[in-house]
Design a protein around this ligand. Sequence first.
Ligand code: HEC
Length: 284
Amino acid sequence: MKLRNPAALALLLLSAATPAAALELHPERSSPYDLAVTGRLAGVPDGGTAYVRWPDLRALPSARLTVDGEFMMGPQVLTVVSLSDLWTALPTGPGTDSILATCADGYASVYTLAFIADYRPFIVLEINGKGPRDWPPAGVTFNPGPYAILVSADFEPRVASYPNVQHKKPWGVTTLEVASYADRFRGFYSGKWSSLSQAAAAGREAWVNTCASCHAGPPGAFGGTKAGRPFPVIAAYAGYDRAFFMKYVRDPKSLVPCAKMEPHPRYTDGELSGLIEFITEGQQ
Ligand code: HEC
């Protein structure tokens, strides 16, 4: 993604200075382009869902960015709202520090406030001036709607050194949960998981920021439902045959030609050992 227009940056700085308006939460869905919000939000009962309307999101402080090759070949102009401005506009409850995004196909992405501050993810409201009602935009072969979230190295240079970028760019996002990280991942920090070696703790970080996009953990550990494989099955693979597990994570199709899981070739042996140590530790 390329920031072609230096004015865009100035606009962003300007928008950061403007206080965000409070978003209105509606109890009923009004259109397929509403964004569902759930979790710990003032005025939303436990386990309940409220809806934010696209025009209200569009009225938040926004920026226009010219990017290259993100949704389609060549340049495209995105109208975006930063997750940090979105956070400010939501009636977040006490103790909350994370946004958990989920997609229509069960894919999920985790954004802690620390991640949001460091890498400045944003939600895409328009592509070339058109909102989700008119998506897929011309030249795009998939429908990224109703919402897509992106991070970009050209928008925030630190993104260039962030290893799990693909997992922070979900599209087809339908729901944002406002959550406490400690609460939604408590399963990974209690019992056998309460004291981990440094390598295994790094494995836990890797799991939360990559595997959890598609695999849910045991109860008390949030994750996507796209993979449809219970955590004990993953742990059985990790504990039973390390070589198979490592090869599968790096390149599933090399072992199972019809595998749908995406390859994760970047992991070193050391990182995969930490991941295995973390996954199997909780089962002992
Ligand atoms: C984009 C979604 C996605 C991500 C991300 C993902 N997986 Fe998977 N995974 C799947 C799906 C789907 C399957 C079911 C088999 C298949 O189609 O590949 C699967 C299967 C597996 C299996 C084999 C279990 C079986 O029953 O076949 C293992 C082991 C595994 N995943 C581990 C991991 C680990 C570890 C990570 C993180 C590094 C990870 N996966 C990330 C989607 C994903």
